[in-house]
Design a protein around this ligand. Structure first.
Ligand SMILES: [Zn+2]
Length: 273
């Protein structure tokens, strides 16, 4: 897999797509390397989970720096488990980066072609997605939980990039970040029914001896959407890491019963030097 890991003896801190860093910088975070205390230890980037704001600000600073940016460059979507995507321009710089600047409302995805802006999405089991259009130098970040996945937010991102930047799916690379996977993601018919309607039975495993319970692969759904939209298989990359299997290394809402932090997916086009 074309992936670069960065870490220390204490474990991994970043997983990065192996994209040329002079073209685009991107990363997914782990738990380590931040300043928050339990249950948010230590690199929590979510203000809304009950952590100290000054800790989250410092953690976000470190995350922005990991892609060569600054906290002030960050742009954050509200993340409402929808499928809305916002086009981010220079005027949006800093939106959602600190508690007194609200995030971009009602959207779960953001796209831009402005160098220097740092797009970020948060997750703790939901799938963070990063998009890079090599031909038009455009990027995107999206949060895809089961509702967003069933709503086809992955396809919506490509559609908006196409409308805005003339992006062609064959030029796009997509990364699926650390997220809960089929090994750990038990759902009932409330979730399984819309998944079957949108994606068939392939993403669902029936649980033996547990009627009405299934193991769901959000990643299978998202990859199917991307392939159907025309992204070549070889340009769909999955980090393959399960948050719920590794709560010591990653934040998992389910494994930690809701009391935990948020990891992030972050992407930035370098400023011209
Ligand atoms: Zn797992």
């Amino acid at each position: 897999m074309l992936t670069k890991w960065t870490g220390s003896a204490g474990g991994p801190i970043w997983i990065r797509p192996a994209w040329p860093e002079n073209e685009v910088r991107a990363a997914f975070s782990f738990r380590k390397g931040g300043v928050s205390e339990a249950p948010f230890a230590s690199l929590n980037v979510g203000f809304h989970v009950g952590d100290k704001p000054e800790c989250v600000i410092e953690n976000r600073r470190r995350c922005a720096a990991a892609v060569g940016g600054q906290l002030e460059d960050m742009v954050v979507p509200e993340q409402v488990h929808g499928t809305g995507v916002a086009v981010v321009t220079r005027d949006d710089r800093g939106r959602g980066s600190v508690p007194d600047t609200p995030p971009i409302p009602d959207v779960d995805g953001v796209i831009t072609n402005v160098p220097g802006l740092t797009l970020m999405v948060m997750a703790a089991d939901c799938v963070p997605l990063l998009f890079y259009d090599r031909a038009h130098r455009a990027i995107g970040a999206a949060h895809s939980g089961w509702r967003g996945t069933v709503g086809h937010i992955a396809r919506e991102m490509l559609t908006r990039m196409q409308m805005t930047y003339e992006t062609q799916p064959q030029d796009v690379e997509v990364w699926l970040g650390p997220s809960i996977r089929q090994c750990c993601y038990e759902v009932d018919d409330r979730v399984a029914d819309p998944v079957r309607a949108g994606f068939g039975t392939a993403p669902l495993l029936t649980r033996f001896g547990k009627p009405g319970k299934y193991l769901l692969s959000l990643q299978t759904c998202i990859q199917a959407d991307l392939r159907q939209a025309g992204v070549p298989e070889s340009q769909i990359h999955d980090t393959g890491v399960c948050t719920a299997c590794h709560p010591e290394a990653l934040f998992s809402h389910r494994a930690e019963h809701g009391k935990t932090g948020r990891l992030l997916g972050v992407i930035r086009l370098p400023s011209p030097s």
